[in-house]
Design a protein around this ligand. Sequence first.
Ligand SMILES: Nc1ncnc2c1ncn2[C@@H]1O[C@H](COP(=O)(O)OP(=O)(O)OP(=O)(O)O)[C@@H](O)[C@H]1O
Length: 334
Amino acid sequence: MTNTNDAQRRVHDATDADTASFAPQGRHAAPAHDAASRPPAQAIPSADHAPQATGAMPVVAAHAAPAHGAQQKRPAQTGVLPDLSASLPTLSVDDVQQQPVGAPVITFDHVTKVYPAQPNRPSLHDISLQIYAGEFVFLVGHSGSGKSTFIKLITRELKPTDGHIYIAGEDLSTMRNWRVPYLRRNIGCVFQDFKLLPNKTVFENVAFALEVIGKSRHVIKTQVPEVLRLVGLQDKLNKRPDQLSGGEQQRVSIARAIVNRPPLLVCDEPTGNLDPQTSRGIMDLLERINRTGTTVLVATHDREMVDNMRRRVIALDSGQLTRDQDRGVYGFDV
Ligand SMILES: Nc1ncnc2c1ncn2[C@@H]1O[C@H](COP(=O)(O)OP(=O)(O)OP(=O)(O)O)[C@@H](O)[C@H]1O
């Protein structure tokens, strides 16, 4: 694991050109899962940021991980992907329903994860799937089925025992440690327990995420209030976490996760500590964020939410991929 100070210094020194590209690529429709064809891709809301220099991360050639459901090969990627920031969404979410387009953001290619502590029982076994830019995906399964392991592999908190994981085309197995902070600044993370800094205000908690990647005070002053408006906390800037409800705390943590406008948001049980009504508000918020063009992956036990929202569902059972379904349902007995 990279030393934190070291990582922060490198992030500080980095320009935006060092970010991986997660941008939807072109207008070609993603391979459909469950053999259902998708409607033509729509443009995401226009960015309020000028395109930046080309991303420095190498783009690897296409890999033959099977597409979910239909077992299709992913489309070949050619050329250098434009920089992430060229596709940064505005934070207005009113109009366009984002459709998945272009290249996969996440590819699992025959991924197996075995923890040394239980060498005879893989926590994930031979998982192959792809998640495309703009998708909203639920990851479901019983406790211990491998959901958190799946998420930790995406952020490279863990490495697979076998197989390959590609994020925006880059193989995480061969990614040098010093590049991991750049990967992580492109992935917003939300957890069940919020992970807020208790002695900082709402504003400071969100601002901190920008400070550690070296954003200027001007950017912080602009983007933090904007994102807190998006999550409906514009009136709580100066409150500390212990002065907020659970739902409000989760909104702060979502604001912190998206303030740098990452193209990918992963959430591990984001409503696990919340009552049903508050959970609905959080899921509405995640849907709105998805409509800005952000790819959203949510690991959850929340049957009602999954059944109501009818988005793509990836189901794990004892580390095996058992279902990959468009407009799916939760599908497990509680
Ligand atoms: N650090 C670890 N060392 C050994 N085994 C682990 C470790 N972390 C997880 N496991 C095992 O891996 C399997 C998958 O765990 P994981 O936490 O990914 O499941 P999960 O679906 O997220 O569960 P939950 O819904 O309860 O959070 C379980 O059998 C678990 O005991």
